[in-house]
Design a protein around this ligand. Structure first.
Ligand SMILES: Cc1cc2nc3c(=O)[nH]c(=O)nc-3n(C[C@H](O)[C@H](O)[C@H](O)COP(=O)(O)O)c2cc1C
Length: 240
């Protein structure tokens, strides 16, 4: 009996771990960076900054000629990795995360090219993950950036709405973020145990305490409300 109680307690402790969030961003003139700094004061998340491999480029020179050429290359040939500008090597294990928030500037109505490079390489590892999108632009609407995100993260579970913060609103980012986190119900999605396992070979069945099967062949309890569940029928009690 004592062993069973200890086992149950151990699982309850494990279960109190929150779903993990990664913020991945690129920023050229630091507006998105300031937004990410404000976001970090509101949520608990790891942060990954994407950097172009070629340093010192002036994307704004000659009416934004370099950025314009990069976006045109991607638009002309989106399936060819050679169309995308090189970025610095990344050290990230995306299977550690349940939720990924992408922060990016808009360039010529599209997603800034260096972040597109990151998503071209890693977007397919984001299947089933919650994806939040935060876009900064001077004035243009963000539907083209949303379309890029959906093209590059085809299996993403996108949180709606995306958050558009104009560059003139950057100093007001804190309250806009606060509002947005409420709209996407971030507290609910990040609380409780969403992750049962990160091993793609493992699949679990989740039951209510009365034995009703709620989820089959899953690795996460995303979608279930906070409560106590039996996982896999092995009488492991785990709280979400
Ligand atoms: C290459 C390039 C192209 C841009 N194109 C647009 C545009 O088409 N529409 C717009 O409203 N803003 C455009 N911008 C402005 C940026 O979206 C805006 O300044 C944003 O806040 C920059 O974010 P950052 O400071 O994090 O780099 C462009 C900026 C660059 C560098």
């Amino acid at each position: 009996m004592r062993t069973i109680i200890v086992t149950i307690l151990a699982f309850l402790v494990a279960a109190s771990v929150h779903a993990k969030t990664l913020i991945v961003y690129y920023s050229y003139t630091n507006n998105v960076e300031r937004i990410v700094d404000a976001l970090r004061t509101q949520i608990d998340a790891d942060v990954l900054e994407i950097e172009p491999a070629e340093k010192g480029l002036d994307y704004a020179a000659n009416n934004y000629a370099i950025g314009s050429a990069q976006i045109a290359a991607i638009r002309n040939n989106p399936d060819d990795a050679a169309s995308y500008p090189a970025i610095d090597p990344i050290d990230v294990n995306l299977s550690d995360y349940d939720c990924i928030i992408v922060g990016v500037p808009l360039w010529w109505s599209n997603m800034a090219a260096p972040l597109q490079t990151f998503l071209l390489h890693y977007g397919k590892e984001m299947d089933g993950k919650k994806i939040g999108l935060i876009v900064s632009s001077a004035s243009s609407g963000i539907s083209g950036v949303e379309a890029d995100a959906k093209r590059l993260i085809p299996g993403g579970d996108f949180l709606t709405p995306s958050l558009w913060i104009k560059s003139s609103q950057t100093s007001n980012a804190g309250s806009m973020l606060d509002n947005w986190l409420t709209k996407i119900d971030y507290d609910r999605l990040s609380s409780g145990i969403n992750h049962i396992s990160t091993d793609p070979d493992e699949k679990y069945t989740v039951y209510s305490l009365s034995g009703v099967r709620l989820l089959s062949d899953v690795r996460s309890t995303t979608g279930l409300s906070t409560g106590i569940y039996i996982i896999n029928g092995n009488k492991t009690i785990i709280s979400k």
